[in-house]
Design a protein around this ligand. Structure first.
Ligand SMILES: [Zn+2]
Length: 287
């Protein structure tokens, strides 16, 4: 065995140990107590449940409850506890806004409890590819309606944005929408999940379709409730960011310069830039 080989092997073992240490740290972090959930009324019969994962909407009907999203797997008890405080009726449907597990992580437990889970077909494709438990049995391409207890909920796909399988859920009688992560109020920075079909160019086109709906109140993917003015501002800010980065890309600025601009001028989290998002963003801006 040569000295070089010994040294390489030693480095490899050290690297493997560090990977294991990282996995262990992630595992133990997941073992910490899940954060409790709280509920606030949005409109008559419609509530927003907030907690560790994305915002959950709960529509109460005489025939059961319709949820939009279900947070992480570990938040199932917290979400169901909040639902039970609102209604004695069972949860009948969960409509996923997209496949990220802070929005669809409790799907498997919902399915086990005979709840029907519905998502865009691309969200299901992403979940299956990621081996994420709880892939929905019912999917749609453009849109679908659920009718329960005399109430209607519409789920619609307006194209690529946060992922390639985003859905916006509309409660027409109440003039409320749940945007999933196509719109956020805290944090406010978009995350373009290119690995799962996201697109910065298509994102605002999807929002323009959303803005054609008749609504006055928004349950965002994360953060406090908002309204039409909040979404309009957020869309304008997104476009400002995109044209600035597009300009930098056309001027041949480096990935590092683009990253620094996103962090310093647009408040993007440094950690969120490390997972290939900037490379894909630059590539899309070159198209
Ligand atoms: Zn997401």
């Amino acid at each position: 065995m040569s000295r070089t080989f010994q040294r390489t092997a030693g480095i490899r073992i050290l690297a493997a140990a560090l990977v294991l240490l990282g996995a262990w740290a992630a595992y133990t972090q997941n073992q910490t107590t899940p954060r409790p959930a709280t509920t606030q009324k949005v409109k008559d019969g419609l509530y927003m449940i907030s907690g560790e994962g994305g915002n959950v909407a709960a529509l109460l009907t005489d025939e059961g409850v319709i949820l939009v999203d279900d947070m992480y797997d570990r938040n199932y008890a917290a979400v169901m506890g909040q639902v039970k405080s609102l209604s004695e009726k069972p949860v009948r449907y969960v409509l996923n806004t997209h496949q990220h597990d802070d929005h669809s992580g409790s799907n498997a437990q919902m399915l086990a409890a005979s709840v029907e889970v519905i998502a865009h077909r691309n969200a299901r494709i992403n979940m299956v590819a990621l081996k994420q438990p709880g892939a929905p049995r019912v999917t749609f391409t453009d849109g679908m309606e659920v009718h329960l207890g005399g109430k209607e909920v519409r789920t619609r796909h307006y194209g690529r944005g946060h992922t390639g399988g985003d859905a916006v859920i509309y409660f027409p009688e109440l003039k409320v929408i749940h945007t999933g992560d196509l719109f956020l109020t805290r944090p406010t920075q978009p995350y373009i999940d290119y690995a799962n079909g996201g697109s910065a160019i298509e994102w605002t086109k999807a929002l323009d379709e959303v803005l054609k709906l008749d609504f006055d109140t928004i349950i965002p993917g994360h953060g406090p409730l908002s309204d039409r003015a909040g979404l309009l501002k957020w869309r304008a800010d997104f476009e400002t960011m995109r044209s600035r980065i597009g300009g930098m890309v056309r001027q041949g600025k480096s990935k590092d310069e683009v990253s620094q601009t996103l962090i310093k001028d647009f408040g993007w989290p440094a950690g969120g830039l490390a997972i290939g998002q900037v490379d894909a963003f630059i590539a899309e801006m070159k198209q």
